[in-house]
Write a protein that binds this ligand. Structure first.
Ligand code: SF4
Length: 722
C-alpha cells in the first residue's frame, strides 16, 4: 500500500497556516510547539504494518479519531483518522503511545498492605477476582450498616468510558451519590444557560459575529482553531473577551481585556447598549423572554463609563463591541468550559453573557422549526427511572438546591464536610485527582478518612495512594468501546493492541464488579457486546456489524421533527429573570457582584496582595494534571510557572526564568517566572496540575452559592523573587 508522506503540521493550507502562524507569533506569547496539530495525510506503510483506528483520550474534550500503525502487535506510530469528523490530532494525541507504553503504568490490581496515612502506600499484587470480591464485600458492608447512599461513586478523567457506566453501577447499587469532575469544570456553564433556557448556537456557517468569551482554542481546543481561522477569513467579526492576550486574541477585531471576575458587569454593560440603542430584537424579546422590563431597568446602572471603572475595559471599546455584535446577525458566542464560572458570582455572570443571545434574537426556540434530532444511542445510566426514587438521599440536596434540580450527578465540592459528618463513608473513584479542588489537602484527607476506598487509573497517582484497592485501567487504545458519535458517524473503537499487563477496560471491570455484587442480571451478565447491542438498538444496528466497519457507519438523517415550541423553563420562555432562582431565594436577574476577595471588595487585603491571581487555564501539552510523566510533552513545558507582565516583574526585580514565590492568604508556592505580555498588568496566571508546586494549596475555598464552583480566577496574591 503506497501513500504520500505524512507531514506534521499540515492541518491548514499554506495561506491559512502562515496567516495563523503570524497571528499567533504576533500575540507575544507565540504558539508553543505543543499547540501544533496534524491533519490526516497519506503515509508510508512499512511491510508488516497495518492501520487500526480508535479514539484519542488524552484530553477530556476532543474525542478525535486516531489511526495507529501496528506491527507485530505493537503500536509504532499514530496519525489522524482520515475522514473522521473529529480531529485533527494535537500534540497530546501525537504523544499517546508514550502514555500507552509508559513503564510506570499500573498493570495489575493491588491491595494496600500498610495503614492509610503512611508516608507511602505499600502494595501487594492480587488477582482481579480478589480485588473485585473485596470491593463488593466492603461496599456491601457499608450499605448494610449505614445505607447504600453512604457510598460515593466518582468519575474523573478520561470520561466517556467511565461516566455512564459508573452512574449505572451507583444507581443499581442504590446510591444517588454519583459525582464527577464536572463539579469544578463546565457543568456550571450548562447550569447557567439551562436557567436561562438556552445556550448559544456557537459558530455556524451563517454566523456573522462571534464573541469568544474567555476562550483560547489555540491552546485549549486545538481541534476548533481551524474553524475559527476559516470564519475569520470569510469575514466573521470576532470579539475576544479575555484578561490575557492569548494566542487566539490576534484573530479578534476587538479585544476586551477585562479584570478577572467582572464578566457579568461587562455583559450587562453591552446589554444596556444593545437595548438603549434599539439594537435588540423586539419581536423575540416580546414573545419569547421573561423579565425583559426588569432586566432593562437593572442594566441601566451599567453605563459604559461605570463598566470601565469596574472592568478596566474602555467605555468606547465596550460600545463598539456591543454594536458590532448586535449589528452582524446572526451572532454566536463561544465560551470556555469553565473560565466564566470559576468565580464566586460565576453562574450569574454567565447568565448575563447568555442574555445577549436572547436580546439579539439569535437563539432558536426549541420546537419552533422542525429539526433533525442529533444522533444518539440509548442512555445506559437509566437515570430518569432510577434517580428520582433516590433523590432525597442526595448528599448535596441542602447545599446546592438549584444544581440538584438540573444536574443528575451530585455537586461534590463539599466532600470534606460530607465525609466529616458521615454523609459519605466509602467511595469508588475512577480517574480521580484530589488536586483539582481548592485547599486540596481537605479532599485528600476526606478520601483517606473514608472507611473504604477503591480506585482505578492508569497510574498509582497521589490520589490512588489513598486507596485500599487499586485497579489498572486500560487506555482507549486497549479497550472495546465506548460507542463514539461524531456528527452522523457512529464508530465503535476496538482494541488496537493487547492491554498492558492485566489492565482492563472500564466497562469490562465495572460489569464484572456488578456480577461480584450480585447484580449481574442488570448488567447483561457481563456481556459487553450484548450491552452495546442494547445501546445501539435505536439506531437499528448491532455491535458486531459496527465492528466490521473500520471507519464507522454514517447514519443518514431522518425526517425533521417538531414539537411544542418553547424553552425548558417554568415559563417556557428565555428567562432573563429566572423563576427557578427566585424560588430558591436567589436573584432572578443575572445580577453582578464583585469578587469578595478582590481589589474593590477587599481593598485592605489588596494592600498586602496587590495582584489578581488567576489559575485553571489550559496549556496545549497538558490536560490538567495529566501527562507530566510524558517525556515528549514534559519537554515542551518542563516546569510550573507563573505568567507575569514585564511591568509587574520589573517592579519586583524578577528576571525571566527565575524562581518566584506566589503567595495568597492561604500560603505560597515556588514556580518559574514567565515574563510575558500574555499576562495583563496587575494579573498573574499560575498553571495548575503540578505536584511540586500545587496551586490548589493556595487557592481559597470560596464557592459560588448557586453552582458550588470554586473561585479559581479572582483571588488576590503577591509575587516575589524566591
Ligand atoms: S484535542 Fe488532542 S488530546 Fe484531545 S482528543 Fe483531540 S488529539 Fe486527543
Amino acid at each position: 500500500m503506497r501513500h504520500k508522506p505524512f507531514i506534521p503540521g499540515r492541518r491548514l493550507d499554506r495561506r491559512t497556516f502562515l496567516k495563523a502562524s503570524g497571528v499567533l507569533g504576533a500575540a507575544g506569547a507565540g504558539l508553543l510547539p505543543g499547540a501544533s496539530t496534524v491533519r490526516a495525510a497519506e503515509t508510508e506503510i512499512a511491510a508488516g504494518e497495518e492501520i487500526r483506528r480508535s479514539i484519542c483520550d488524552m484530553c477530556c474534550i476532543g474525542r478525535c479519531g486516531i489511526e495507529v500503525l501496528v506491527k507485530e502487535g505493537r503500536a509504532t506510530r499514530v496519525q489522524p483518522f482520515r475522514d473522521y469528523p473529529r480531529g485533527p490530532i494535537c500534540v497530546k494525541g501525537q504523544s499517546i503511545l508514550l502514555q500507552l507504553y509508559h513503564p510506570d503504568r499500573l498493570q495489575y490490581p493491588m491491595k494496600r498492605t500498610n495503614p492509610k496515612g503512611s508516608a507511602r502506600a505499600a502494595w501487594q499484587r492480587i488477582s482481579w477476582d480478589e480485588a473485585l470480591d473485596t470491593i463488593a464485600e466492603r461496599l456491601d458492608g457499608i450499605r448494610r450498616k449505614y445505607g447504600a447512599e453512604k457510598v460515593l461513586f466518582y468519575a474523573g478523567d478520561p470520561k466517556d468510558a467511565v461516566r455512564p457506566n459508573l452512574q449505572r453501577l451507583a444507581l443499581k447499587f442504590g446510591s444517588p451519590n454519583y459525582g464527577t469532575e464536572s463539579s469544578v469544570c463546565h457543568r456550571a456553564t450548562v447550569l447557567a444557560t439551562s436557567l436561562n433556557g438556552a445556550g448559544s448556537a456557537g459558530l455556524t456557517p451563517d454566523t456573522r459575529a462571534v464573541i469568544l468569551w474567555a476562550q483560547n482554542p489555540a491552546w485549549a481546543m486545538a481541534c476548533e482553531m481551524e474553524r475559527l481561522v476559516q470564519a475569520k477569513e470569510r469575514g466573521v467579526k470576532i470579539i475576544d473577551v479575555d484578561p490575557r492576550l492569548a494566542p487566539t486574541t490576534k484573530l479578534a477585531d476587538i479585544h476586551l481585556q477585562l479584570r478577572p471576575g467582572t464578566d457579568g458587569a461587562l455583559a450587562l454593560g453591552m446589554a444596556r447598549v444593545i437595548i438603549n440603542e434599539g439594537l435588540y430584537d423586539e419581536d423575540f424579546v416580546r414573545d419569547w423572554t421573561r423579565g425583559f422590563e426588569d432586566f432593562r431597568d437593572y442594566v441601566q446602572q451599567f453605563t459604559p463609563e461605570k463598566v470601565e471603572t469596574i472592568t478596566g475595559v474602555a467605555a468606547g471599546k465596550l460600545v463598539a463591541a456591543a454594536r458590532m455584535y448586535a449589528s452582524n446577525l446572526p451572532t454566536g458566542w463561544i465560551t470556555s468550559a469553565a473560565s466564566t464560572v470559576h468565580h464566586w458570582n460565576g453562574c450569574q455572570n454567565h447568565r448575563a453573557i447568555s442574555a445577549m443571545t436572547a436580546l439579539t434574537g439569535t437563539v432558536a426556540v426549541p420546537g419552533m422549526e422542525p429539526s433533525i434530532p442529533p444522533l444518539s444511542f440509548r442512555d445506559i445510566t437509566d437515570w430518569k427511572t432510577l434517580l428520582p426514587p433516590l433523590r432525597d438521599k442526595r448528599a448535596d440536596l441542602k447545599d446546592f438546591p438549584v444544581w440538584e434540580q438540573f444536574v443528575q450527578e451530585i455537586q461534590v465540592n463539599r466532600l470534606p464536610e460530607y465525609v466529616g459528618e458521615g454523609t459519605l463513608r466509602a467511595g469508588l473513584f475512577v480517574g480521580c485527582n484530589y488536586r483539582m479542588w481548592p485547599q486540596d489537602h481537605l479532599y485528600s484527607k476526606a478520601i483517606r478518612d473514608m472507611e473504604f476506598a477503591a480506585g482505578a487509573d492508569f497510574w498509582l497517582t497521589p490520589t490512588m495512594e489513598l486507596m485500599d484497592i487499586a485497579l489498572p485501567a486500560a487506555t482507549s487504545l486497549e479497550r472495546l468501546g465506548p460507542i463514539a458519535i461524531a456528527e452522523r458517524t457512529v464508530f465503535l473503537p476496538q482494541p488496537v493492541v493487547r492491554p498492558i499487563g492485566e489492565a482492563r477496560g472500564d466497562m469490562e471491570w465495572m460489569w464484572d464488579l456488578a456480577k461480584h455484587m450480585g447484580m449481574g442480571a442488570d448488567f447483561w451478565n457481563g456481556d459487553i457486546l450484548a450491552t452495546l447491542d442494547w445501546q445501539l438498538e435505536p439506531l437499528g444496528i448491532q455491535a458486531a456489524d459496527l465492528m466490521k466497519e473500520p471507519k464507522g457507519m454514517v447514519i443518514p438523517p431522518g425526517k425533521p421533527q417538531s414539537g411544542k415550541p418553547g424553552f425548558k423553563t417554568p415559563s417556557g420562555k428565555f428567562e432573563l429573570k429566572s423563576a427557578v432562582l427566585e424560588k430558591a431565594g436567589f436573584d432572578g436577574l443575572p445580577v453582578y457582584r464583585e469578587p469578595p476577595e478582590g481589589p474593590v471588595a477587599a481593598p485592605q487585603m489588596a494592600g498586602k496582595y496587590p495582584l489578581i491571581f488567576n489559575t485553571g487555564s489550559r496549556e496545549p501539552m497538558y490536560t490538567h494534571s495529566r501527562h507530566r510523566n510524558n517525556p515528549r510533552l514534559r519537554e515542551l513545558q518542563p516546569d510550573p510557572k507563573v505568567d507575569i507582565h514585564p511591568i509587574d516583574a520589573r517592579a519586583r526585580g524578577i528576571q525571566q526564568g527565575e524562581d518566584a514565590v506566589v503567595e495568597t492568604s492561604a500560603g505560597g508556592i515556588t514556580v518559574k517566572a514567565n515574563i510575558t505580555h500574555l499576562a495583563q498588568p496587575g494579573v498573574v496566571h499560575v498553571y495548575h496540575g503540578w505536584p511540586q508546586a500545587d496551586v490548589n494549596t493556595i487557592t481559597a475555598r470560596t464557592l459560588d452559592p448557586i453552582s458550588g464552583f470554586p473561585a479559581f480566577k479572582s483571588q488576590l496574591c503577591q509575587v516575589r523573587k524566591a
